[in-house]
Design a binder for this molecule. Structure first.
Ligand code: ZN
Ligand code: ZN
Length: 410
C-alpha cells in the first residue's frame, strides 16, 4: 500500500507533470466510480494548483455491462446528445483532462460482439471531435491508473482479494517512481533520457524501421514523410508541455501507411473492450493488412479490423527497452497504459497528427500525402520481445542498430 504522502505525490504528478494544469483552468476528471477516493484527491490537488472548477465525468463499468446485455443493438447504436454537449463544453473551455484508467479487463466477457461493435462505433463517432482535440494536443490531457478489485484479481489470480490489490499498489507505486524521495524530480530525469533518444532518432530521419525476432516477426515499417519522434512530454497547442501517459516509457512516431511490409507476431495479449486477443499474426503488404490469424479472440480481432478502411494500416510505432520498470516487473496488467509501456508496440488505425512536422495545420488530404493513417480506431498491440533486434534504415540505405536483444543500444 502507498502512504498518504505517496498518494498525494501521485495526485500531484497527475495534475502537474501529467495534464500540467494552469492557473484558472477547468479540469475534467474521468473515472470509474470505484476510483472515487483517488479522483477526489486529484480534485483537491487541482485546486491547490489553481484550478477554476473541477468536473467529474463518472464511469461505471458494471452499468456498462448491464446496459450491454439489457439494451437493444439499436439503442446502443446511438449516443445521448448530452454527451456531445459536454464534449463541446470541454473543447470551448479548453479544459485539461485527467483520466483514471482502471477496470476489469473482462467486464464485457460473453457479451454479444455485434452489440459491442455497434456501441463502440457509435461512441467513437460521437466522440470524434473530442478525440481530435486530445490527439492533436489542442487539449492537454493525461491518463493515470490505480488498482480496482476485479482488475487486481485478474492480474494476481493466486492472491486473496485484498492481497492482490495491495500487490498491485506496490507495483504501480514502483512503476510511477513514488518510492523515490522526490517523484517529480525522478520523472524530470526520466523524461530527459527519453527526450535524448527521441532527438537521436529525429536527427537520423530514418526511412524505415526494421523489427526482427525469433518469434516470427520480420517487419519493415516505413516512416511517414517528415515524421517526428515524440516521447513523454509533448507540447500542447497552447505552447504548454504535458505528459499524456503516466507511466510512459515509449518513444513513438507515425508509420507511412503505404510502406509497411512483412509479418508481425504479438508479444503480449491485446485487451480490447473487455476481450482478450492473443497468439496473433498479421501480414502487411504495401502498408495494408493482407492476412491475419489469432488463436485466442479471433472474432474480437476481426471486429477491430472491420471498423473501417484505415484500421487495416498502422498509425503508430513505439520503442521501449526491456529494462523499463514495467517490463522488469514482468506483470501482465491487461491494461494498455501499462502493457504498451512494457513493450515495443504498433497501433492499428489513426496516427497522431503531432507525429509529423506541422501536422496540426494540415488537412486530412495533406496528412494522407505524408503517409499518415486515418481511422476511427487506434488500437495498440505489443510486439517487443526480449530478443527483438531493431534497426533504423536511412534514405541512403545505411543501417543503424537501435535495439539488440530487446534493449536500446543508443
Ligand atoms: Zn504508444
Ligand atoms: Zn498508441
Amino acid at each position: 500500500m502507498l502512504t498518504q504522502q505517496q498518494m498525494e505525490n501521485f495526485a500531484e504528478l497527475a495534475v502537474r507533470v501529467g495534464a500540467n494544469l494552469q492557473e484558472g483552468q477547468e479540469v475534467v476528471i474521468r473515472c470509474d466510480v470505484q476510483c472515487a477516493d483517488f479522483a477526489h484527491l486529484i480534485a483537491q490537488k487541482a485546486y491547490q494548483f489553481g484550478a477554476k472548477l473541477v468536473h467529474m465525468q463518472w464511469r461505471d463499468e458494471v452499468l456498462g455491462r448491464i446496459n450491454m446485455i439489457g439494451a437493444s443493438k439499436e439503442t446502443l447504436s446511438t449516443v445521448p446528445e448530452y454527451q456531445a454537449a459536454f464534449n463541446k463544453y470541454c473543447i470551448e473551455h479548453k479544459v485539461c483532462l485527467v483520466s483514471i484508467s482502471a477496470g476489469n479487463p473482462n467486464i464485457m466477457k460473453g457479451c454479444d460482439p455485434d452489440k459491442m461493435q455497434a456501441s463502440n462505433l457509435a461512441n467513437m463517432q460521437a466522440n470524434k471531435d473530442f478525440r481530435a482535440a486530445t490527439m492533436s494536443n489542442y487539449l492537454r490531457w493525461t491518463i493515470v491508473s490505480i488498482p480496482t478489485l476485479a482488475w487486481a484479481q485478474q492480474v494476481f489470480p493466486k492472491e486473496q482479494p485484498q492481497a492482490a490489490v495491495d500487490k498491485m499498489w506496490d507495483a504501480i507505486g514502483h512503476i510511477m517512481r513514488l518510492d523515490t524521495p522526490n517523484p517529480t524530480e525522478a520523472w524530470r530525469k526520466h523524461i530527459d533520457t527519453l527526450h535524448r533518444r527521441a532527438r537521436f532518432l529525429n536527427e537520423h530521419n530514418f526511412e524505415y524501421i526494421h523489427l526482427k525476432n525469433a518469434h516470427g516477426t520480420d517487419l519493415t515499417v516505413g516512416l511517414a514523410t517528415d515524421h517526428v519522434w515524440l516521447a513523454a512530454e509533448e507540447m500542447g497547442q497552447d505552447g504548454i508541455p504535458f505528459t499524456a501517459n503516466m507511466p510512459t516509457e515509449e518513444i513513438f512516431t507515425a508509420p507511412h501507411n503505404r510502406k509497411i511490409n512483412g509479418t508481425v507476431v504479438n508479444a503480449l495479449p491485446l485487451v480490447n473492450n473487455g476481450n482478450v486477443i492473443d497468439d496473433f499474426k498479421i501480414t502487411f503488404c504495401n502498408g495494408r493488412v493482407t492476412d491475419y490469424t489469432a488463436k485466442v479472440g479471433y472474432e474480437a480481432l476481426k471486429n477491430i479490423l472491420t471498423t473501417d478502411d484505415g484500421v487495416l494500416s498502422l498509425g503508430e510505432i513505439a520503442l521501449i527497452g526491456k529494462h523499463s520498470p514495467i517490463a522488469e516487473s514482468e506483470i501482465l496488467f491487461f491494461n494498455t497504459l501499462f502493457d504498451e509501456n512494457a513493450s515495443c508496440h504498433l497501433a492499428f488505425g489513426a496516427s497522431y497528427p503531432t507525429t509529423v512536422k506541422g501536422g496540426n495545420d494540415m488537412s486530412e488530404k495533406q496528412l494522407a500525402q505524408h503517409g499518415m493513417n486515418q481511422s476511427l480506431q487506434h488500437v495498440d498491440f505489443m510486439v517487443g520481445t526480449k530478443d527483438i533486434d531493431i534497426d533504423g534504415i536511412g534514405y541512403d540505405g545505411s543501417v543503424v542498430p537501435l535495439f539488440r536483444n530487446g534493449e536500446w543500444v543508443i
